[in-house]
Design a protein around this ligand. Structure first.
Ligand code: FAD
Ligand code: MLT
Ligand code: ZN
Length: 506
């Protein structure tokens, strides 16, 4: 039975934020990355007392962190999958300070790890050994938001949610939304080319980011800022920094095109009997909702069960094998709701949708979004979670989930699938009580071999970081990887920028 909400309000911001106020239960700090993954340290210099004194002179002693407790938060990632052993975190307050730090590190052959909100899921944001952590936390100024052009200019350390709030005040939205928005930085988002829940509507950051300012390995400040959508002057260098995960430069500032905030939102949460029904519903959503479709997420019953179990949520409908969360956003609430209702009615008549709820009420929409946004953290609450963000052909999108259920057997607590169906991006998640080499070997490299056979991508959105360097070749051709290495050598000849990340270690 579809429950129709009569209350439809124009809102530009609907979703809850899951890392805000979310406190992970005390989890085991992982063993050092070098031990778990058997990596050898490259011949960078080690930080000395005299280096620390120099950093204190450059940015002020308050912003040079050597306290062990604070260091730990910068050495361990969100997933508790990797752990570095950095002895110092630097918090520059300006591009100039960042540039001076890099110039010094380059001369002294000191390796660095740029860090935004440390919400990355592939071990890219923390050091592998003793690389200096460069936290962008203090570089958090929003320089301008222009209502007329929609262009926002911000420092890289601005928290996504803060940028979103400011954009909303100007009648705009940031063309990116993800569950970690209360902690992740816009610079981290650009560095990972983050995807999230709005890609189906606004496309990837390669399209929205108009310009970047980046500090290179030797301290040079590269100004690639632009206030225009169109600029065809030669090589588009800004793209090198979008998704290169801090291995080619440190983004200090950026310009991003923000679309007008939609005036009406609606969210539906529906139950479906099979994955085939999920696909049919997606196809109908594209055809019938067209330009107002702004999210098309799916999850299976085990994914939803994790969110319900760990966060005490209540599902708005009965149990089904699959669920979809669809969102529309447009300019005419009545018109949008009419379209949405008729799409849902058609889906029910066809037998693809069995049950569902639709609302335009901000509070209710937020409750529904929680069911989706809390899934990733709920699975971490199981103990330890192997997370994958693979691109797969839609027709074979879900097949890997039962395959992995069978492969992992009782070693896994939950093997489930959810993700951005509209972007062909599956999040296969395998949770267990703790990381063991036994289950790790059961999962990898199998997941990537499977993905590669279907010509999918080993990373649709989280990036390669440290955890997937071995698997880059499952998606990228050898000569493409060689060219990536050449680019890296050109831009960072000493290899001091986020070493052991993105490119294969050998
Ligand atoms: P960090 O984690 O600090 O760093 C990520 C990488 O970028 C590292 O390699 C780091 O060295 C580099 N980096 C950071 N800042 C800079 C900079 N200024 N210059 C150069 N390099 C830099 N990701 C998605 O794509 N889609 C999602 O839907 C999504 N949902 C998530 C939900 C949850 C609950 C969590 C915990 C994570 C989620 N993520 C998602 C992953 C993560 O939030 C994104 O990768 C995000 O873009 C990382 O931003 P950050 O500021 O935390 O960067
Ligand atoms: C998501 O879509 O929820 C994120 O990418 C995080 C995850 O994959 O767990
Ligand atoms: Zn995702």
């Amino acid at each position: 039975m579809l429950l129709k909400s009569s209350l439809i309000r124009a809102v530009s911001q609907t979703k809850g934020v899951i890392t805000r106020g979310y406190k992970a239960k005390a989890k085991k700090i992982p063993e050092f990355t070098q031990d778990r993954y058997q990596v050898s340290r490259k011949s960078f210099a080690a930080v000395t007392d005299s280096d620390v004194s120099q950093f204190e002179k450059t940015i002020g002693s308050k912003y040079v962190v050597t306290d062990s407790e604070e260091l730990l938060t910068h050495n361990v990632d969100f997933l508790k999958a990797v752990r570095g052993n950095s002895k110092v975190v630097l918090k520059p307050g300006s591009t100039e300070e960042l540039s001076q730090i890099m110039k010094y590190c380059y001369e002294k052959n000191l390796a660095v790890c740029p860090q935004g909100g440390n919400t990355g899921l592939v071990g890219g944001s923390v050091p592998v050994f003793d690389e200096i952590v460069i936290s962008l936390n203090r570089m958090n100024k929003i320089h301008s938001i222009d209502e007329m052009t929609g262009i926002a200019v911000a420092d890289s350390g601005v928290i996504l949610e803060n940028l979103e709030k400011s954009a909303n005040e100007h009648g705009l939205v940031v063309p990116l939304d993800l569950g970690a928005k209360a902690s992740c930085h816009i610079g981290g988002n650009v560095s990972t080319n983050a995807g999230g829940l709005r890609v189906i509507r606004y496309g990837s950051l390669h399209g929205s980011v108009l310009g970047v300012e980046s500090v290179l390995a030797n301290g040079t400040v590269l100004d690639l800022m632009s206030n225009f959508k169109k600029d065809n002057t030669g090589y588009h260098l800004k793209h090198m920094f979008i998704g290169s995960e801090g291995t080619l430069g440190i983004i200090s500032k950026l310009a991003i095109l923000c679309p007008p905030a939609p005036r009406a939102f609606h969210v539906a949460f529906v139950g479906l009997p099979s994955f085939d029904a999920v696909l049919q519903t997606y196809l109908s959503a594209k055809r019938q909702l067209g330009e107002i479709l702004s999210s098309c997420e799916m999850m299976d019953k085990d994914a939803l069960a994790a969110a319900i179990q760990h966060f005490g949520l209540k599902a708005p409908i009965d149990d089904y094998p699959f669920y979809m969360l669809l969102e529309t956003s447009g300019s005419n609430a009545d018109h949008d709701q009419e379209k949405f209702n008729s799409f849902l009615e058609n889906g029910m008549e066809a037998g693809h949708i069995v049950d569902g709820t639709i609302t335009g009420d901000p509070g209710k929409m937020q409750e529904i979004w929680k069911l989706r946004e809390l899934v990733p953290v709920a699975l971490i609450e199981d103990g330890y979670c192997f997370k994958y963000d693979i691109s797969l052909p839609l027709r074979q999108f879900y097949e890997i989930v039962p395959v992995m259920q069978e492969r992992c057997g009782s070693l896994a607590h939950r093997v489930c699938g959810y993700g951005h169906l509209g972007d062909s991006n599956l999040h296969l998640n395998i949770s267990c009580s703790e990381f063991t080499p036994e289950i790790y070997k059961r999962i990898e490299p199998y997941v990537f071999e499977y993905t590669s056979k279907l010509k999918g991508s080993v990373s649709a959105e989280h990036g390669i970081g440290f955890l997937k360097t071995k698997y880059l070749s499952y998606t990228k051709a050898d000569n493409a990887i060689d060219m990536m290495k050449e680019v890296k050598n050109l831009m960072d000849p000493k290899g001091i920028l986020n070493p052991y990340k993105v490119l294969p270690l050998n």
